[in-house]
Design a protein around this ligand. Structure first.
Ligand SMILES: Cc1cc2nc3c(=O)[nH]c(=O)nc-3n(C[C@H](O)[C@H](O)[C@H](O)COP(=O)(O)OP(=O)(O)OC[C@H]3O[C@@H](n4cnc5c(N)ncnc54)[C@H](O)[C@@H]3O)c2cc1C
Length: 506
């Protein structure tokens, strides 16, 4: 069994911070939760690096809601993508409340506020929210089945943050994989900390791989949206051959999972590190106006996409599974709430459609804030003041020939991409599982890099375990040895919990 904590500490001896609410993460989910919680008490919002280093900043979503017809088809599309695993109540709640959330947020914002800055600007007006940047949550503190806040690494020192309620909004885990659209902060820390604290983790095998992330000099955070293919952009391999007809009758408009498989396959067949999107048959005006962001970005790298092809490849984009929560963002651990990408209400089922992640963040972020307020009202005001929490989990013994931390992280990323990525197989997954257990690199054990490494190991093991259990293909989980969806056996969720046998849930 993995260790309960990844650091050794005694809360009585560490610098201590007390707050009513601890919010972990400054993305849309964390900001929305903090704004809500501010109505009832002091909020400490902490974030791993700078306030703007988060997936939320790269989303092209806008706070626009479709009319009634649009909403009906949005719900239908959500269920279709979820391949039988969407939680109906969660989808209905998300769609119904997103209308209200968007109108409330846009109403509160001054007319000149850019949409991306509405939540950050609203946060600045909250008098009881204190933001601490460059604070890394190492673990969640628990005592007798309740969460009491977290251990944070701030200025190279461990701190105990005691909170009456803790809201986890720490985003995704794309950097578990070699190819990803995610910013570097997405190393899965929140998933790992929640797992070690004993939370139920749901559907960890479902990761959305975006078919066309931009492949330019290791530039992550950038994708070429599916709209480019809808307008007539075509995919060609490194030999200049158009290939999608081999894989699906809808060619470039096939479902994303099919396109991702096709791209990975073509990369293997040609031995090239990417394929290409070709827009050169489209009108230059249309490209420059409708896809101005990608046009300008590529231009900076010397690629004029009106006449040159765009290098792209599939990459880990969005974590569908996560810390299991109910509709009030309550986790299985009392005092801990989760929202945004780190949480799993199964609103997405086995795949996620564009736009839903924004709605998920604002709707369940607000719900997390409200549920945390209700919880805090039931907690005695001084209940956490006299609790002492200790961990004896020191660094593991160093191996004489161990590799360095950065090399070990790269090893995980490569192994996960090759064996637990777009295409999976039992043999590969089993081999990955045992290799993950053996990794013990050398390095400074009390550093952000090492904490991240340990989190990556824990989260990778969860993904591999769930992917191995689900002996079928569904949505974003593709098993080459079980290529069909098997509803009779697998129209179920997989729940993993530390120290317990995996559970299947309808
Ligand atoms: C390139 C890109 C484009 C996207 N486009 C779209 C789109 O068009 N439409 C759409 O709906 N969705 C899109 N998404 C997905 C969407 O942006 C995310 O799912 C969503 O923003 C997640 O929000 P969040 O608040 O849960 O997490 P994030 O915005 O990722 O925020 C996570 C926060 O947690 C903090 N954190 C992480 N670990 C720790 C730790 N150990 N200690 C302290 N703090 C920590 C981070 O610093 C960060 O502040 C896109 C994502 C990417 C990467």
């Amino acid at each position: 069994m993995t260790r309960r904590y990844i650091a050794q500490f005694d809360s009585a001896e560490l610098p201590r911070i007390d707050t009513d609410f601890l919010v972990i993460g400054s993305g849309n989910a964390g900001l929305r939760a903090a704004i809500e919680a501010n109505q009832h008490g002091d909020v400490l919002l902490i974030t791993k690096t700078a306030m703007n280093d988060k997936s939320t900043c790269y989303s092209q979503n806008r706070m626009v809601m479709a009319g009634d017809d649009g909403l009906v088809s949005h719900v239908e599309d959500t269920f279709e993508a979820g391949r039988g695993l969407c939680n109906e109540a969660a989808v209905e709640t998300m769609i119904a409340e997103s209308v209200q959330q968007v109108s409330e947020l846009t109403r509160c914002a001054p007319p000149l506020d850019k949409q991306d800055s509405i939540l950050p600007n609203l946060l600045k007006k909250q008098e009881r929210v204190r933001v601490v940047e460059h604070a890394f949550i190492v673990d969640l503190m628990t005592h007798e089945g309740k969460c009491y806040g977290g251990i944070a690494f701030i200025n190279n020192t461990l701190h105990c943050i005691f909170a009456k309620a803790t809201i986890l909004a720490s985003g995704g885990l794309g950097h578990i994989y070699q190819c990803t659209s995610n910013p570097a902060v997405a190393t899965g820390d929140g998933f790992a900390a929640a797992w070690r604290a004993g939370c139920q983790m749901m559907d960890m095998e479902f990761i959305q791989f975006h078919p066309t992330t931009l492949f330019l000099m290791d530039l992550s955070y950038c994708l070429v949206s599916g709209r480019v293919r809808e307008e007539g952009g075509i995919l060609i391999n490194a030999r200049g051959e158009r290939f999608m007809a081999k894989y699906h009758k809808l060619e470039e408009l096939a479902p994303c999972d099919v396109i991702s498989h096709a791209i990975v396959n073509e990369m293997e067949l040609t031995g090239a590190p990417c394929v290409y999107l070709d827009l050169t048959d489209l009108q230059p005006n249309l490209i420059q106006n409708r896809f101005s962001r990608i046009y300008q970005l590529c231009y900076q790298f010397g690629i004029d996409i009106t006449s040159d092809v765009i290098p792209v490849r599939a990459g880990a984009h969005f974590m569908i599974g996560g810390v299991s929560t109910n509709l009030n963002a309550e986790t299985s651990l009392r005092g801990l709430f989760a929202c945004g990408e780190v949480a799993c209400t199964s609103v997405h089922g086995a795949d996620c459609i564009a736009g839903n992640t924004f709605f998920e963040c604002v709707v369940f972020g607000a719900r997390a804030g409200r549920a945390a307020i209700r919880y805090v009202k039931t907690v005695e005001s001084n209940s956490h003041k006299h609790i002492r929490i200790c961990s004896d989990d020191g660094p593991p013994h160093k191996t004489p020939h161990g590799v360095g931390i950065e090399a070990a992280k790269e090893f995980i990323q490569q192994m996960m991409w090759q064996r637990a990525g777009v295409v999976r197989h039992a043999e590969d997954l089993e081999a990955t599982h045992s290799q993950l257990r053996e990794l013990t690199p050398n390095g400074n054990w009390y550093s952000v890099e090492t904490f991240e490494f340990q989190n990556m190991c824990d989260v990778a093991a969860l993904i591999v375990e769930a992917a191995l259990l689900r002996a079928e293909s569904r949505g974003m989980h593709y098993r080459a040895d079980f290529p069909k969806q098997n509803d009779a056996k697998w129209k179920k969720h997989i729940i993993l919990q530390r120290g317990r046998k995996p559970k299947l849930m309808l």
